[in-house]
Design a protein around this ligand. Structure first.
Ligand code: GLU
Length: 562
């Protein structure tokens, strides 16, 4: 229900005056009231008049009177003002975390990390930061078909880029002997059996909730078969170790799921083995052995959590606290590692850093800062609701980080040469950063010939201002534009609504190719940009860009965002 508008305005005006110890502007108060009560928007005129009255009233009051009135009318607002500022997207607390946590980030080394990984990595990191404890990096490389030898290095690089506070590193490929031992222990507890059924035969039985013949083996028989498996008596597909679950489980994929399999020619880059543990087994065993207290991972792991709990139960281990966050749709980039790999192989993408991909290295190449990724991920949080990733949000966070520090330069896209009639040679001085005079100026020499962005000459423009230099008139009478010096006053340019354009001396600019997800732009930029390799700068009116390489041929830059 909407309150009386005058009252609402009065309260907001008081609150604002008390908070900032000065009288608010009427626009601020109106904005706040309309934001809270959108119904007032259709009554804008009336509200504006009331706001005037209200502000005049508040103005008459002393600071003490304002505070007293506010306490009378809306005590909750005083409390709100005194409360410590809480980040609106604060992560919820975790249960059983008060005495510290052990958490883990457990990527498969199948490629570099992407935005999906960043979510798991940062959320876990943030909780270790909050509660103290250990943060384990566990490289899950037990599926040789999904191991890319280069990924070991890339994953570490990406973790370094994200600044994760990793305290321990484990490679699952170093732990096979432990897995074999615990596999045997599980058999000993009656929790697993060696199954030599053909896959298809097992599948049919499983669908029918019928035990396969191997399920009836005694523990001794199973231990013997298990030893045979380890000794190499079976070929790929001939035997597996299965965890005994309930065959009535509503989800057939849960029924007697496999814990180990045999691979003939696995070609693992780090080890030689033919009996390979599967993810649900290694994750459960390692989470236990490593003392992991909290597992935060995506909803796509819910079924795995159920499987892993069977193993915990057989051994009587204490379960960690599990949290599963919702799915995150990310539009506009490719995230599937296999799709990315295929695209790179076919030449469609230039590599893992191709900016059409959602890898962290592709984001970094564009000038996205790791803190921006971290903040976005923390904002998204661990809620179970599926959400879509907002690029705008990422760009906004990134802009907050780079805008205060990025130097400004001119970049002229699609440059067209012009001679300016009537102007004397001079130097233009443009601030490196408009908000930070201490950074100084860059100097651009003007000597008659300049290059200007071709696109500015598409309509019948009469006057143009060359930024930080002077105005020119544009004469179209001969068909092609002729430019003549027209004074320096910015006010003239404003009065004529003259576009303010980037320009560069025709001699003394550097070729620059700007790659953006929408295509490449060829242009020229200031020579000083040659000293900016690996830095993020702003090409004025174009946007923030990262200077990727500087060679004799010119500069390669990547577009970040506006
Ligand atoms: N390595 C697996 C994955 O990346 C398991 C991770 C987990 O259990 O959190 O999907």
């Amino acid at each position: 229900m909407e309150p009386d508008p005058k009252n609402a305005l009065f309260i907001f005006a008081l609150q604002n005056a008390v908070k900032h110890n000065s009288l608010p502007k009427s626009g601020t108060v109106i904005g706040m009231v309309m934001g809270k009560y959108p119904g007032f928007r259709s009554r804008a005129q009336e509200i504006a008049l009331l706001a005037k009255e209200v502000l005049a009233e508040v103005e008459q009051l002393s600071p003490d009177e304002r505070r007293k009135k506010l306490v009378d009318l809306a005590p909750e607002l005083i409390e709100e003002m005194n409360a410590p500022k809480i980040h609106t997207h604060e992560l919820p607390n975790l249960e059983r975390a008060e005495n510290g946590v052990v958490m883990r980030f457990a990527p498969n080394p199948s490629g570099p990390l992407h935005l999906g990984h960043a979510r798991a990595a940062v959320l876990n990191d943030a909780y270790v930061e909050r509660y103290g404890g250990r943060y384990i990096l566990r490289i899950e490389d037990t599926d040789p078909k999904r191991v890319d030898p280069d990924a070991y290095r890339m994953v570490q690089e990406d973790i370094g880029w994200m600044g994760l506070r990793i305290t321990d590193i484990f490679y699952q490929s170093d732990r096979f002997d432990q897995y074999y031992k615990i596999g045997g222990d599980l058999i000993g507890l009656g929790g697993a059996y060696v199954c030599t059924c053909e896959n298809e035969q097992f599948r049919v039985l499983k669908q029918a909730k019928t035990p396969c013949p191997c399920r009836g083996h005694t523990i001794e028989e199973n231990l013997e078969l298990w030893q045979k498996m380890l000794d190499g008596a079976f070929y790929e597909g001939e035997a597996s170790l299965r965890v005994r679950t309930s065959l009535d489980h509503p989800d057939p994929a849960m029924r007697d799921f496999p814990a180990f399999r045999i691979l003939n020619e696995p070609m693992h880059p780090r080890i030689e083995a033919h009996v390979y543990p599967l993810m649900n087994f290694t994750v459960a065993v390692d989470d236990h052995l490593m003392g992991v207290t909290h597992v935060i991972r995506g909803k796509d792991h819910i079924a795995n959590t159920r499987r892993q709990k069977f193993i915990y139960e057989y051994f009587g281990w204490n379960e960690p606290v599990y949290r599963h966050y919702g799915r995150m749709g990310i539009e506009g980039v490719v995230l599937s590692t296999s799709q990315m790999r295929e695209g790179i192989r076919s030449g469609m993408y230039s590599g893992w850093e191709d900016i059409r991909l959602g890898t962290l290295r592709a984001l970094a190449r564009r000038g996205i800062q790791h803190e921006a990724v971290r903040q976005v991920v923390l904002d998204i949080g661990i809620g179970e609701t599926d959400i879509s990733f907002s690029w705008d949000n990422l760009f906004a966070k990134n802009r907050d980080i780079i805008d205060p520090v990025a130097d400004r330069f001119f970049f002229v896209p699609d440059p067209v040469p012009f001679a300016i009639a009537g102007a004397t040679a001079r130097e233009a001085h443009a601030l490196l950063h408009p908000g930070d005079g201490k950074k100084g100026y860059r100097t651009l020499k003007f000597e008659e010939d300049v290059v200007l962005p071709g696109q500015e000459f598409q309509n019948d423009v009469k006057m143009i201002r060359l930024k930080d230099l002077f105005n020119v008139t544009v004469d179209w009478s001969s068909g092609s534009p002729l430019l003549t010096y027209a004074g320096e006053a910015l006010s003239d340019a404003r009065a004529q609504k003259a576009p303010i354009v980037q320009w560069l001396p025709a001699e003394g600019a550097t070729r620059c190719t700007l790659h953006s997800p929408d295509g490449d732009i060829q242009g020229l930029c200031e020579n000083t940009v040659r000293t900016m390799q690996d830095k993020v700068v702003q090409f004025e009116r174009v946007g923030f860009v990262r200077i990727d390489s500087v060679t004799d041929e010119g500069i390669i830059a990547y577009f970040c965002h506006k």
